[in-house]
Design a protein around this ligand. Sequence first.
Ligand code: G6P
Length: 610
Amino acid sequence: MCGIVGAVSEREVQGILLEGLRRLEYRGYDSAGMAVMDGGNVVQRAREVGKVAALADAIGAKVLEGAVGIAHTRWATHGEPSRLNAHPHMSGDKLAIVHNGIIENYQDLRDELKAEGFEFTSQTDTEVVAHLIEKHYREQSNLKDAVKSAIGRLRGAYALAVIHADEPDHLVVCREGSPLVIGVGIGENFIASDQLALLPVTDRFMFLEEGDIADIRRDRVEIHDREGNIVERPVTRFEHGADSADKGEYRHFMLKEIHEQPRVIKATMEGRLTDTSVLEQALGTSAGKLLENVRHVQIIACGTSFHAGMVARYWIEDLAGVPCSVEVASEFRYRKHVIQPDTLFLCISQSGETADTLAALRQAKKAGFRAALAICNVPGSSLVRESDLVIMTQAGPEIGVASTKAFTTQLTALLIFTLALARHNGLSTEAEAEIVEAIHLLPGQVDQVLALDGEIAEMSRAFMDKHHSLFLGRGSQFPVALEGALKLKEISYIHAEAYPAGELKHGPLALVDSEMPVVTVAPNNDLLEKLKSNLEEVRARGGELFVFADKVADVKAQDGIHVMQLPSVHPITAPIVYTVPLQLLSYHVAVLKGTDVDQPRNLAKSVTVE
Ligand code: G6P
């Protein structure tokens, strides 16, 4: 995921931009660059492949002087990682631009601009935007107007920051589908892909809305909405202190991380979706080729990541019609495999350093799987380095040992991947649009679930003295039940088992009595009626039920049945929403029991040994 930083100041901005890039490193990148104007009618530029440190070394020798500049970390989507493909891109020697996102119609625009005499030096979609803005600038002689005209022709997702040496005292930014925040300083202003990049220079931020264009000057910021009206966007203070590894107002990291989910889910989808479709290129330069002719998917992971893989199996078979197997890495690595032709090997890992997952990957490569895709949260990790294609989750650092936000962002990334795969396997544009629209609703729906925190805390009292519990789900909610049970056992030390509800009468029903709370996730899907019959079976044996149900599911609270109503959600995205109340339930039970929530006994965050 590319990262953007920019500054308009009175002082030299090179140091601010470099520090901003370092702080965006967590997003993952393969090259970095910067362009600065010194008021002297030229734009100076430096670009390097590799780390921000390599860019800093390269600049070190020549020092880019100037008080207005833009910088970028690139995650290759069009064209390999190289100095020529790194941002900023320029049109002539006066206009420079950085871009995070994907321009879908770049090829048509490139042909058109080439025919008009513009020369291209890179394979990127971004260079097209640079020339398109320059073309309009020649007609309009006003950078903001030129940007507005140019973006009217773009299809896709973008956050852009543009400078022009003929207008040396400002920069112009805009966003559509990719994040962009303005940092408000005193006598200077900044822009970046996220707040973390700018914390050394300010703690006051304005968030641009979709379609906004902003003119950023040293002493003022002017924002225009899509219709061209001048609009005010509220200035907010950064909430959780300057350090993301800080608990802020929360009692535990786990609670903080649960509450971060609406934001990080949004960050994981940003730049990868339009309103109605998946931007396949945003998954990487080789995504299209790699997803073609995939006949089978083999998912490997451990712990919570394994549960994400189990949910993904339902999606992959349902939406893409591609057979999918899921296995824990520690089992996979020690057995013989029958490899089906054209199998995509997919590893899921928060840390990217889990020993069993890495061993399975290395073994799969030797065994001749077609290609390896990783879903991972830590850029630069071993898994990321050793995979052919990587989809980074944007959960940010996860400190609590019990994984929460990493799981829901893994699911978000897996659903986006599934849609890209499904498109190669006949999913209609209407069906894709329906699910993409449902994905866009997720941050708001998770927020609604978080608002139930108080009620869930109340509910958790019933678990405090219990020694055993049972979690039930059907279909893609079965892995959600597994994850709910894992959370409860990890942090409260209560024995928790999960079953597909239909298996109840094949064993676990024998355990059900008033001392065994039974937790059930019941979204409104085509298995709801069957699930309700399973609940009757529990109730008839005196079991106490705790049901998280869609408000239209018509599960009535009564003696022995506690019902928590959740927002109505699309059946495909329901596993993401229904995970959240189970996280909160476990958290509150653990707090009541007084366990070490963030560092439960005997467990480690990253299991780097076998
Ligand atoms: C440990 C952690 C879990 C995590 C699992 C897999 O057990 O405590 O939270 O799910 O490892 O880790 P990974 O980093 O590969 O997702």
